[in-house]
Design a protein around this ligand. Sequence first.
Ligand SMILES: CCCCCCCCCCCC(=O)SCCNC(=O)CCNC(=O)[C@H](O)C(C)(C)COP(=O)(O)OP(=O)(O)OC[C@H]1O[C@@H](n2cnc3c(N)ncnc32)[C@H](O)[C@@H]1OP(=O)(O)O
Length: 226
Amino acid sequence: MAEARAFHTETATDEEIAAEAAVVGPFTDAVRALVDATIRSTVDLDEIRAAQAEIEAITERLTKEQIPGGYGVRYRTDGTGRAWGNAVIGLRNPIAPPLTISTEPSGRASADFRLGAPYEGPPGLVHGGVISLILDQVLGHAAGAGGRPGMTGTLTIRYRQATPLGELRAEAWIDRAEGIKTWAKGRIIGPDGPTAEAEGLFILPRWARERIARGESKGPSPKYFE
Ligand SMILES: CCCCCCCCCCCC(=O)SCCNC(=O)CCNC(=O)[C@H](O)C(C)(C)COP(=O)(O)OP(=O)(O)OC[C@H]1O[C@@H](n2cnc3c(N)ncnc32)[C@H](O)[C@@H]1OP(=O)(O)O
């Protein structure tokens, strides 16, 4: 099953992971700055053509060796994992803002973050789909932190006021749980208070339940997302 296959077992040591992060983190930041510059640069068209040639050369250099498909999530025997390709938190993903999410075992999650020009929808404001993306992840973290990880079954967003680009905060918590289902709630907070509120239902998927039943997995861990 595709979902199950994307969860790899980690073989790298702490030191190897730290050494890789020290290089690829700043590299990804540099590409993120390139995305921002692509939107905001006012250099002339000849400069853009020249820059394009350089970027294409760099892409060719990087794609000489690459993995097939997405990065997946690489899990370790202690239950921690790295989701470096994730669209919200991925260390290797320049599309990710990225969010650094703090969690509590009680099932709470929060992050202070910044959304700039690449996340714009209405002028000067965050795209509604980006708000949904971030809330999905932060609510998912709250569920995971409480030892109840799951895939999003439903996600309902109420956009209370426009969310300005800039410094923001996201908060989420487990509201209630029943069997394999966990309901989490959360919000985005801007300079003038909450801008969007969310409720999500997270379901431990059948393939994960079957793995647990076969004894192939110890079951959900609060450290699922670390
Ligand atoms: C280990 C995790 C790692 C988690 C890794 C976390 C990464 C975090 C990232 C953020 C989260 C995401 O973006 S996740 C990506 C977006 N979401 C998805 O792609 C999910 C796609 N959908 C699915 O994979 C599946 O449909 C599931 C997992 C939602 C449910 O499938 P299932 O597990 O086979 O469900 P099934 O046995 O039929 O039903 C179990 C119970 O749930 C109910 N149910 C089933 N689907 C839904 C639904 N969409 N909305 C409401 N309720 C539903 C059924 O009525 C039933 O209730 P009853 O009769 O028992 O009462």
